[in-house]
Design a protein around this ligand. Structure first.
Ligand code: SF4
Length: 239
C-alpha cells in the first residue's frame, strides 16, 4: 500500500471544478479533489500522474483542504444552478487517506457539501471509517486481467459495508474475461440485486463493443439496474 506520510497532511494532485464523467451521476457539476497515491496499478489507468505520492502538487491539512474546496466552490457557484454542492474524492485512491478523510468530512464538510467517494473498492477497513459520512460510494470492481491481483474477497467485504450507498462500475477492456465478469455480477447479486451496476467500456473498438453487449445480457439477467456508460471526460478530452 502507498505509505501515508502523516495522517494530518496528505498529498493532492489537483482540486478543480468540472462535471462528473462516469457512472450513474455522469454530468452533474462537482468539485474534484484528486489525491496522489494508489495501492493498485491497473493497466488501463487514466490518471498515471496520480499513482505516486511524489506526483503531489500540494500537501494539505484537513482544514486547509476544506478551505480550498469551498474556495473553488465559491468561484464556480453559478455553475451548480439548482444542484446541491458536491465534492468528489478521487485519485489515485482516496481511501489510502481514510483517517484524513474522516477528519476532513466530520469537522469541516458535513452538512455543507455532498460527499462522493470514487474508489477502487479494495480497502474495506478504510471504507468502514468513512462510509457513514459519504453520500455516494462509486465503487469499482477490478478484474485480475487488468490489475494482476484477485481482489474479489476484498471487494465483497467492501461492498457489504457500503451497499446502501454504493453503485458498481466495471471497466471492460479487450482482456476482460467472461468468467471474471460473471464472478463480479454474482458477487453483487449475492449482496443485493438492487445495487446499480455500470459497464464502462475502456474504448470503442469492435472487440470491446461485442463484449460489452454480451456482458450486459449476463448482468441484466441477475441484477435490477444495469447500464452501459462510457467515460464522458475522455469524450470531452479533459484528461
Ligand atoms: S485504482 Fe484507479 S487510480 Fe489506481 S491504478 Fe487503478 S485506475 Fe489508476
Amino acid at each position: 500500500m502507498t505509505p501515508q506520510l502523516n495522517k494530518n497532511i496528505v498529498p493532492v494532485s489537483e482540486v478543480f471544478f468540472s462535471y462528473q464523467g462516469e457512472g450513474i451521476y455522469a454530468g452533474i457539476p462537482q468539485i474534484f479533489v484528486r489525491f496522489a497515491g494508489c495501492n493498485l496499478r491497473c493497466n488501463y489507468c487514466d490518471t498515471p500522474k496520480s499513482l505516486m505520492v511524489s506526483s503531489a502538487v500540494k500537501y494539505f491539512t484537513p482544514q486547509a483542504l476544506s478551505e480550498y474546496v469551498f474556495d473553488v466552490y465559491t468561484k464556480n457557484k453559478k455553475m451548480f444552478f439548482g444542484f446541491k454542492p458536491s465534492v468528489s474524492f478521487t485519485g489515485g485512491e482516496p481511501l489510502v487517506y481514510a483517517d484524513f478523510l474522516k477528519e476532513l468530512i466530520t469537522k469541516y464538510l458535513r452538512n455543507k457539501i455532498s460527499v462522493y467517494m470514487e474508489t477502487n473498492g479494495s480497502l474495506s477497513k478504510e471504507i468502514k471509517k468513512v462510509c457513514k459520512y459519504c453520500d455516494v460510494v462509486a465503487m469499482d470492481i477490478k478484474f485480475q486481467s487488468a490489475c494482476r491481483k484477485d481482489l474479489f474477497k476484498q471487494h465483497k467485504e467492501f461492498l457489504k459495508i457500503c451497499k446502501n450507498k454504493a453503485f458498481i462500475k466495471t471497466v471492460i477492456t479487450k482482456d476482460t474475461t467472461k468468467q471474471e465478469f460473471i464472478k463480479a455480477v454474482n458477487l453483487v447479486s449475492e449482496i443485493s440485486k438492487k445495487i446499480k451496476f455500470v459497464i464502462q467500456p475502456a474504448g470503442f473498438d469492435r472487440i470491446i463493443n461485442k463484449k460489452v453487449f454480451e456482458f450486459y445480457s449476463t448482468a441484466a439477467n441477475k441484477l435490477d439496474d444495469v447500464r452501459i456508460l462510457p467515460q464522458l471526460h475522455k469524450l470531452w478530452k479533459i484528461i
